[in-house]
Design a protein around this ligand. Structure first.
Ligand SMILES: Cc1ncc(COP(=O)(O)O)c(C=O)c1O
Length: 402
């Protein structure tokens, strides 16, 4: 395991590694050294595009030039430029300016370069990382609220469980990972946003087995999204795509293709999300959120967690909902199998997750849920979770030292 002090290794150490690799002129991978004018230890692979540059020499395969020559749609020959590291970086940052995103990326940590960068153009992952080309990686999140990380430890526990299931041995101890995540948020100066982090089998080669990966990798990014939250009632549809088998549904791996396709299916049908049923036909979860219902008997009901992701938010909501049982708004809380008929007949249905928090579902497969408006329990639960994020106990709020 690497020590915490080695996380901010000076650039010169990486220069040595890149010098050694770029000396291998037969290597068909571009391997670039960080430009001397950057303070961040950026380096990355990209096959066949970027020149391999060492201090005194510049290598590239001649064949690239002819391979790269191609024609545009109009038939005019187009020569793909061969770029130096600084030219590639310059183009990366110019490219960023060409599209507008609601999200700003404020800081990124990478164990590959052993530090934190605040330059979005340097927020890169090596092409030969097995998370990129084999999906061998896991991830998790935590919300940043008023300078605190919400439920960091709960998410971190799930993150490490996912890593064990994916047979990824983290490069650092839990405590070091935790410190790195907090430092990454601190460097971003972000007080309201989100933290996302990944553990990957690591860079090494383009094989399937991770046996050639020299070290697993940790990445983290702080994202700020300034769009105002939307808590209006939403429509959902039943997903026509199958849910992941339980072994994969319970871990938060980077294999979110079924989730992305299921979200797209919903959007194509004018809905917000698709709801998965499990292989026995019971209600399971959404593509990146859990579901819950308020039954006619005023019970809060959510599906069992054995075949779906164990959502940190829904678990916290279940704990906070006890106060609604005390004040009589709910008669009880139940984690159980939920049939689709039971779900559609519920007084209230809601989506729950760190992204949506608590959001009312007013229509499912074009069938109205309850009275077709946001329900009082969903509203109360959202207020409880928002209060918890702002003033909950120390067990769910980790202060970030800025
Ligand atoms: C498939 C899936 N289910 C449920 C959730 C909700 O989990 P959490 O509340 O921890 O965000 C997520 C979160 O991304 C998810 O991807």
């Amino acid at each position: 395991m690497a020590s915490f002090s080695s996380l901010t290794r000076p650039l010169s150490e990486f220069s040595l590694i890149s010098q050694r690799l770029s000396d291998q002129s037969t290597n068909s991978l571009g391997f670039v050294n960080a430009p001397s004018d950057t303070t961040h230890g950026l380096w990355y692979f990209q096959p066949g595009i970027v020149k391999m540059r060492s201090k005194s020499s510049l290598y590239f395969k001649n064949s690239y030039k002819t391979e790269a020559s191609t024609k545009t749609n109009s038939g005019i020959p187009y020569e793909v430029p061969i770029l130096s590291c600084s030219e590639a970086i310059e183009r990366l940052s110019k490219n960023r300016e060409t599209y507008k995103s609601k999200e700003q990326f404020l800081s990124m940590y990478s164990s590959v370069f052993g530090g934190i960068t605040t330059d979005p153009s340097a927020m890169l992952i090596p092409m030969d990382d097995h998370m990129v080309h084999r999906g061998h990686g896991v991830f998790d999140t935590a919300a940043i609220m008023d300078g605190y990380l919400y439920e960091l430890d709960q998410h971190l526990d799930r993150f490490l469980k996912s890593a064990t299931m994916a047979k990824i041995k983290p490069p650092f101890e839990r405590e070091t990972i935790r410190k790195i995540l907090i430092q990454t948020v601190s460097a971003s100066k972000c007080r309201k946003g989100s933290l996302r982090y990944w553990l990957s089998a690591g860079p090494g080669d383009f094989q399937l087995s991770p046996s050639g990966c020299h070290q697993s990798a940790l990445y983290a990014i702080v994202i700020q999204n300034q769009s105002p939250p939307d808590y209006s009632g939403i429509k959902v549809v039943t997903s026509s795509l199958p849910i992941k088998p339980p072994q994969f549904a319970v871990m938060k791996s980077v294999n979110y293709l079924p989730n992305a396709l299921s979200k797209m299916e919903a959007e194509e049908k004018g809905a917000y999300a698709s709801i998965w049923l499990d292989f026995d036909g019971f209600v399971a979860e959404g593509p990146n959120m859990n579901v819950a219902f308020v039954t006619k008997e005023k019970e809060l009901l959510t599906p069992e967690f054995d075949k779906i992701l164990s959502g940190c938010t829904v678990k916290r909501v279940l704990a906070l909902a006890e106060s609604l049982v005390v004040n009589g708004m709910l008669t009880g809380i139940r984690v159980d199998k939920v049939t689709i008929e039971e779900g559609k007949a519920a007084e209230e249905m809601m989506l729950i997750g760190s992204g949506v928090l608590v959001r009312s579902v007013v229509e499912w497969d074009e069938q109205q849920i309850g009275d077709g408006k946001e329900g009082p329990v969903a509203q109360a639960l959202r207020n409880l979770i928002l209060d918890d994020m702002k003033s909950g106990p120390a067990s769910v709020r980790v202060p970030v030292p800025y």
